[in-house]
Design a protein around this ligand. Structure first.
Ligand code: ADP
Ligand code: MG
Length: 778
């Protein structure tokens, strides 16, 4: 014991000497004097004092004030100074992978160290840490995984949970877990960090934990809304007169405003209509045409292009940060901008993208300053809103939307939609322009639209399907899902929890008593969406993992087929060509991806994508994800040998697809002239035109599994991305079949669907099914 104590003492001594000699070196001094200019530095002593007297605290402060890089560092430095450097283990969670890495690298650099020494990071599939690591940045998901094996966090002395204002699902989850843990670990210190002022809510949740606000500084940012942007980019606003003759046939209350000649009012009216969830598409096409300048339903790429060109003409130096909704529009816009004479000229403009599904080396580029005379333009998702800071940004272009998963508990319909962001997010985005000097923010929506936005965003826990999180709760060994989620800051609806549990039972991750099955345990280890996880496991069992990987990756990044508005037909043709006779968007994707890989080996990838209306960036993200899934599978102990043996057996592959999409099934009934498509809960649904099955006159399969069901703002339901499957495949790979009744009922979503089949065949399939279920559970 004595030896160990001595060794710890020696370690700490070394750490202290090293820290001091760095801070006294010329470079270290420079860093320290920079750090002292950050607002966070002013609260250093207060923070440490509060933390020494309390177990939990909540810190808020504007983005850029130094929460993420400084607070954990203050704690580390003071621990070292107090002689506890060797024993402390500080963990700081980040909602996103890229922020964990970039922040860790920054902090290591500020300490004059290499990454992986005292300061490290860990994200899924990548880490830089060593025995010396005392401050570790990780994603919130990683901390949750640790909790699965070490529920008391015995190894940890301090936990800092960052960006809690975003109300991400994992962060809300950590709040519950940590709240439970506090009494069992009285020595554990917990700090919650938030970029907005609504810290009281969190403080109250922790029985009035002390709050500390860091007063910030930013340079002023001038704000322009759509009205101003249109004028600045030279749009003719008189075009709006056309709608004057819009008839009186609609007793719509916006009508009068819409007929107004003033462009401002008109835009305002549409803003209200859109935000009040009125159906924009119901407007007469004449009105819509004249409103093309701002369509609340979609981004106006041409306007963004004009605006960016306009910015590039200005003398004011500084990078441009464009907030887009997701990977797809980023890739599409990037493709468009590359063709622009100025924006596409790499000698004048550095065009970059930043989104969650990019590889980390690619992402690091965005932090590099542009060479002199070159304008850096970064197209980013809302990730750039709070968690990463690109220092030289002076112009912000804000489309007002972010892609966010949402969930309609009543209809059990998950959807990933671009939604309006909250006012808090708008302010946040705007603030990104004022970091180094006074900046400019262009909001591509009318001021009235801003006024109508929600103040704060809904927590993720209330707007996403809960099955993945429920699976985590189970694998953490926490008893009742309902009880656990009931303790959340804002508990989700009972119905949503019920649906999630039901789905986990349907896919076999939970048994009838809500206990975790072996399959459930595997799925929780895979850390991919449970249904996709099951698809991968199926693919591996049936040795057709190749297509399963591609489809799982494709479903995670969404459609790599781009459909530019003016060439929609051609783009849809392209998909149809890949599908051949297979009635499957998913198989088309598998072929397109495979051909892309081949084209890449031949050095013809660019040409291939261009010809076939495919997005290079999306395909690259898919390749990255495939690698990640493969890694996850082998980590979880799945045998990868000969996993591609039966990839050509398309019926088998259909079955695997069905596994991943169930209970997303619709029946397709052929009528003389048309095909009637129905799902259990929605009744008749529409098949999206982009789906290869949507263009077929005849669907050769009685069932369609689908990966996307979207409620349009009217009352109709659209499905897209479909694959035709047969009765037997559905029975074999789909949900549970209730037996002992004729004609038979198939359990789906939350009801039974009538199912007619030859009894003998059904019996045989059911026997197979039992064997298969057993096999999977093993
Ligand atoms: P917060 O978490 O409060 O938003 P950070 O701790 O992330 O603030 O950043 C504080 C400051 O440190 C920033 O304003 C920026 O000036 C600087 N900084 C952070 N990360 C980097 C980086 N990777 N490169 C250069 N400067 C950085
Ligand atoms: Mg931060």
């Amino acid at each position: 014991v004595k030896n160990e104590e001595n060794s710890l003492r020696r370690t700490n001594f070394r750490m202290e000497i090293r820290q001091r000699s760095w801070q006294e070196s010329p470079e270290g001094e420079k860093v320290l004097s920079f750090r002292k200019t950050l607002p966070a530095y002013k609260v250093r002593e207060t923070l440490l004092e509060v933390l020494s007297n309390h177990q939990v605290m909540v810190v808020s402060g504007e983005t850029g004030c130094g929460k993420t890089t400084q607070l954990p560092q203050f704690i580390l430095e003071s621990e070292i100074a107090a002689g506890r450097g060797a024993d402390c283990r500080i963990i700081c969670t980040q909602p996103r992978r890229i922020s964990a890495i970039s922040v860790a690298e920054r902090v290591a650099a500020e300490r004059g160290e290499k990454i992986g020494e005292t300061v490290g990071y860990q994200i899924r599939m990548d880490s830089q840490r060593s025995r010396d690591t005392r401050l570790l940045f990780c994603t919130s998901g990683i901390l949750l995984r640790w909790l699965m094996s070490d529920s008391e966090l015995m190894e940890v002395t301090h936990v800092l949970v960052d960006e809690i204002h975003e109300r991400g699902m994992y962060e809300d989850f950590l709040l519950i877990v940590l709240k439970n843990l506090l009494s069992r670990r009285p020595d554990l210190k917990v700090v919650f960090m938030s970029a907005t002022l609504n810290a009281e809510m969190f403080s109250l949740y922790f029985d009035g934990a002390p709050m500390l606000h860091i007063p910030g500084f930013t340079h002023p940012v001038q704000s322009f809304f759509l009205e101003d942007v249109l004028q600045e980019t030279g749009h003719d606003l008189t075009a709006t007169n056309q709608i004057d003759d819009y008839g009186h046939d609609k007793s719509w209350k916006m009508e009068r405003q819409l007929r107004s000649k003033s462009h401002k009012n008109q835009v305002t009216a549409v803003a209200h209509a859109a935000l009040a969830q009125q159906d924009y598409s119901e407007l007469p096409s004449r009105v819509r045409d004249s409103l093309q300048l701002w369509n609340p339903e979609s981004l106006n790429f041409n306007l963004i292009e004009k605006l960016l060109a306009h910015i590039c003409e200005q003398d004011k130096e500084g990078a441009v940060l464009v907030f887009m909704t997701g990977v797809e529009d980023i890739s599409a816009l990037l493709d468009q901008l590359k063709k622009h004479p100025v924006l596409g000229d790499s000698k004048k403009v550095m065009l970059l993208a930043s989104h969650g599904s990019m590889g980390t080396p690619e992402q690091k580029v965005i932090f590099n300053p542009a060479p002199p005379g070159v304008r850096k333009i970064v197209l980013a998702t809302n990730m750039a809103e709070t968690s990463i800071t690109i220092n030289d940004v002076v112009f912000v272009v804000d489309c007002g939307k972010a892609k966010e998963s949402s969930y309609d508990a009543l209809n059990n319909t998950p959807c990933l939609l671009a939604r309006w962001i909250s006012q808090a997010s708008v302010r946040q985005r705007r603030g990104r322009a004022g970091r180094v000097k006074p900046g400019v923010a262009y909001h591509l929506y009318p001021r009235a639209a801003y006024d109508a936005l929600e103040q704060y965003q809904q927590p993720e826990l209330l707007r996403t399907p809960l099955h993945a999180i429920c699976l985590t709760i189970k694998s953490l060994g926490l008893d009742s899902i309902e009880e656990f989620l009931g303790k959340a800051l804002q508990p989700p609806e009972e119905r949503a929890v019920h649906n999630a549990v039901q789905l986990l039972k349907t896919i076999g991750a939970l048994d009838d008593h809500e206990a975790l099955t072996d399959l459930g345990r595997h799925l929780s280890m895979l850390s991919v969406e449970p249904k996709l996880g099951k698809m991968l496991i199926m693919g591996s069992i049936f040795r057709c993992l190749e297509p399963a990987l591609t489809i799982a990756a494709g479903l995670s990044v969404r459609d790599p087929f781009i459909a530019p508005a003016e060439k929609k037909e051609l783009a849809d043709e392209s998909r149809l060509k890949f599908s051949g006779e297979d009635c499957s968007d998913h198989l088309a994707l598998v072929r397109a991806f495979k051909a892309w890989m081949k084209a890449q080996r031949q050095g013809k990838a660019g040409e291939y994508c261009w010809k076939n209306f495919l997005s290079t960036q999306t395909l690259q993200s898919m390749r990255q994800l495939r690698r990640q899934f493969l890694g996850n599978l082998s980590e979880a102990g799945f045998d990868m040998i000969s996993s591609d043996e039966f990839s050509q057996d398309l019926d088998l592959v259909r079955g695997v697809i069905c596994t991943g999409l169930f209970p997303g099934v619709a029946s397709a009934v052929q009528k003389t002239r048309s095909i009637i498509i129905k799902t259990k809960n929605d009744g008749q649904v529409n098949l999206h035109q982009s789906s290869v099955n949507g263009r077929e006159q005849r669907i050769r399969y009685p069932w369609l599994v689908f990966s996307e069901k979207v409620k349009t703002s009217g009352s109709s339901v659209n499905i897209r991305n479909t694959t035709g499957i047969s009765d037997s495949i559905l029975l074999l790979f789909g949900g549970e079949l209730r037996r002992g009744c004729e004609p038979g009922y198939l359990l789906m979503e939350d009801g039974y669907l009538e199912f007619f089949m030859d009894p003998e065949l059904a019996t045989m399939i059911l026997r197979l099914r039992e064997e298969l279920d057993e096999l999977i559970q093993r």
